[in-house]
Design a binder for this molecule. Structure first.
Ligand code: 1PR
Length: 557
């Protein structure tokens, strides 16, 4: 059912391709709002938002869209705001105190406390549907939002539940001790704090319900009452419903024949050891394998471009096409890493890291992961005693696309010492002594895919990257990579204790028990594996079933 009157409101931050792809998969077409007059033509508007509140609010002002959007909302025509696209309808946000919101809904967006939990709130969480006066079997305003499903969130700011009137609250979510509004319904206005376009089939169903609903005009109440400050008593089904994510990781490079393949190393060596040719291991095609993992229930997919394709012009990077294709059928978050830094094309044209990242976001990535460049930025950070220049890739990308879009991929390896006094670096006492019986080790950061060790330990790296504005740590371990021996719990616990942003445990998973062990012993927010999934040794469903048995909450697709 194609229509020309459904519009996308895009202010150029982050990945809108996934939403457009979901809409087109459902048989609808979306036009993009280019001028203020498009608001008058629109019969439905979808407004996805990522990044900083201020960036979105300022973009609306700059484009002259504030009054047309207000008039559109007043007209009572259908509107779907997602994440920051929901937040800008409120009066303002602590994230950008100087940037006013539309003030269309009374209330303010507040920052989560990072005192007792990781911030950003990132991953799949439950909702409790607040009882809504308009809801009835024949007039279902829930848009299929279902308390039994989980949906994907990624944000550091939210509207506290107590601040909003019950009449507007469609769903409430719990994150540790905090309850916040996860969906709003007000006449024909639907807003979700979570990303339906990243929430698998359950999320696609919400988009479908919005698109399928007949175009009606339903003016919102003339005067919206001030928010109440009294907490409203909706019993929450899920008090701490954020699930532990299971991520499938695909290391991608060109093989010796020039084909793009998913490969997998043993301690970062991706060449076959027992063949005369020593060829690059080929475990499948990136898009096909990623689709398989989506269908098997992976909560996120990470593509690491492990050779960065250094001699390819930026706009021709093979991973861009991988993302474009993958995002057509995969509706969970996609991360891409490898080569996120300032680059110069073979013809001498230079691109800042922000532009490289932007190209990936526009192609369907939700997050970029930075490896080597993060190590250099951390070294500079410590040399300048913690001075922020605002010019590093981490800072510029986080500023434009939000902290949640910047993952730091860490490639550490153990350096053993007999005594902590033998190094200036932060050491841990290890249950797995070194070759000479050393009882301590420090974790050395490496660059260039592990080929070069630096005088920086992993704690220094992650603390600096968090200060620079990164939103998540992808913690590999060269010693465990591809070994199936289990995660390096000592490394992971040490990093987890040093930062308040989410940590993804990576490298070494060999059995389902390893996943539960790393969550229970270190408290990581996500687990990642590669080899055991590629070789079909352990299905993702078996990992989740085991986590559930161990009383660890997971998303069941
Ligand atoms: O430095 O910003 O260009 O990024 C390069 C990226 O490529 C980094 O994220 C780095 O980790 C990755 N990389 C580079 N060389 C390799 C290699 O293997 N030779 N892969 C590589 C890193 C580790 C994980 C792996 C887990 C889980 N591989 O990707 O998926 O260890 O594996 P397992 O479950 O099989 O144990 P930049």
């Amino acid at each position: 059912m194609a229509t020309d009157n459904y519009y996308l409101l895009d202010y150029g931050a982050g990945n809108v391709r996934s939403l457009v792809n979901a809409v087109s998969k459902l048989g609808y077409t979306l036009k993009t709002i280019e001028t203020a007059s498009d608001f008058e033509k629109a019969e439905k508007i979808l407004f996805p938002g990522v990044g900083a509140f201020g960036y979105a609010a300022e973009a609306l002002v700059r484009k002259g869209f504030v009054e047309p959007l207000r008039a559109y909302l007043d007209s009572g025509k259908p509107f779907f705001g997602i994440c920051v696209g929901m937040q800008v309808l409120f009066e303002g946000s602590d994230e950008s105190p100087d940037a006013p919101g539309l003030g269309y809904i009374p209330g303010r967006v507040r920052k989560f406390s990072a005192q007792d939990k990781a911030v950003p709130h990132m991953g799949w969480n439950h909702q409790t549907l607040a009882k809504h006066p308009a809801a009835s079997a024949s007039n279902d305003w829930s848009y299929t939002i279902d308390g039994r499903q989980t949906y994907y969130f990624v944000h550091s700011y939210a509207v506290p539940y107590a601040a909003l009137q019950k009449d507007w609250t469609l769903a409430v979510t719990q994150y540790d001790q905090e309850q916040f509004i996860s969906a709003v319904q007000l006449g024909n206005i639907l807003c979700t704090q979570f990303h339906p376009e990243k929430s698998g089939q359950a999320g696609v169903n919400i988009i479908k319900a919005f698109l399928d609903r007949p175009v009606t005009v339903c003016p919102p109440p003339q005067a919206l009452a001030r928010p109440t400050v009294t907490p409203i008593s909706v019993p929450l089904a899920h008090r701490d419903g954020l699930t532990t994510r299971v991520i499938a990781c695909l290391d991608v490079r060109a093989n010796d024949q020039g084909d793009l393949v998913v490969t997998k190393g043993d301690q970062y060596d991706v060449r076959e050891r027992n063949t005369a040719t020593n060829e690059v291991r080929n475990l499948g095609k990136p898009v096909e394998l990623a689709k398989r993992y989506y269908e098997e229930g992976a909560d996120e997919i990470t593509f690491l471009n492990i050779t960065s394709f250094r001699n390819v012009p930026m706009h021709d990077l093979p991973m861009l096409e991988v993302l474009r294709q993958a995002s057509q059928t995969i509706f969970v978050p996609l991360t891409v890493g490898g080569g996120i830094r300032d680059v110069t094309d073979p013809d001498g044209k230079a691109y800042p890291a922000l532009e490289v990242a932007g190209e990936y976001f526009r192609s369907g990535a939700d997050k970029v992961s930075i490896g080597s460049d993060a190590v250099y930025a951390a070294e500079t950070y410590w040399k300048s005693s913690g001075h922020l220049t605002g010019r590093t890739a981490i800072e510029t990308i986080a500023q434009a696309y939000g902290a949640q879009a910047v993952v730091i991929s860490v490639d550490p390896r153990r350096v053993y010492v007999s005594d902590p006094s033998q190094t200036t670096h932060h050491t841990v006492q290890t249950r797995f002594p070194g070759p000479k019986g050393e009882q301590y080790c420090w974790y050395q950061c490496t660059v260039q895919g592990g080929r070069e060790g630096r005088d920086l330990d992993v704690r220094q790296l992650v603390v600096a990257c968090q200060a620079l504005g990164a939103g998540e740590i992808l913690l590999n371990c060269m010693d465990r990579d591809g070994t199936n021996a289990g995660y390096d719990l000592e490394l992971i616990a040490d990093v987890k204790a040093a930062v308040s942003i989410p940590v993804i445990a990576s490298s070494g998973a060999g059995r389902v028990e390893h996943f539960a062990q790393v969550v229970q012993q270190t408290g990581v927010e996500a687990t990642l594996a590669a080899g055991i999934f590629h070789r079909r040794e352990v299905p993702i469903a078996a990992v989740k079933a085991h986590l559930q048995q161990a009383k660890i909450s997971v998303r069941t697709a």
